[in-house]
Design a protein around this ligand. Sequence first.
Ligand code: ADE
Length: 248
Amino acid sequence: MRFDVITIFPTMVEAGLAEGVVGRARGRGLLDVVVHNLRDYTTDRHHVVDDVPFGGGPGMVMKPEPFWAALAQISAEGPPPDAVLLMSPAGRRLDEAGVRRFAGCRHVVVLCGRYEGIDERVRTRWVTDEVSIGDYVLSGGELPALVLIDAVARRVPGVVGDEQSVEEDSFARGVLDYPHYTRPAVWDGMAVPEVLTSGHHQAIRQWRRYEALRRTFERRPDLLETAALDDDERTWLRAWQTQGNIGQ
Ligand code: ADE
């Protein structure tokens, strides 16, 4: 899968892509990420990328021409990209379904905005999806682009060594992840739940499903409206709902 990222802070984006799962995926050729410096697509001596807003008001707006030049060049190099994303707090909030959809693309271009935003004509002509990573405003689209690429890369086959761990991650099944423990079995007076050291795989699986659902019920009950639950899970849920509290 290929990403092209267009930004005025290429070193910031490169730094976030150099290590960990994404860094390894790039090294192994599973993920190709090309980071473009927007200023390289300007034609003036000072490499200006912003200008005052028409209609007045505070802040600056990113000029259309450099984005146009970058997008035209990327498009001319091969088949048109499957998606052109604009990272913006005004976009649709990214969720697991969105991540999976983008992971199904072969080529995605990501535009990182700064200042008050990007000239609307860039969005009108080029952008297929405006994407937000949450209801808060960051200083630019670079961190959101890194968040998106990381989440999408994890869904590309082969990128995460253990496919099952991706499937068990929070949200993959529509519920939150269960709690995890490692050695030592007792730490600072706190013991690991007995079932996890029992070697009884069926009981461990059951405990994990129960705890995952319990967390979801406590923290994110909204997810339960669409989660695919089996009979056991529906029984546990009904009990908690009628009890009004949770006990095992
Ligand atoms: N740019 C600034 N804030 C953002 C957000 N929350 N999501 C995506 N892009 C952004």
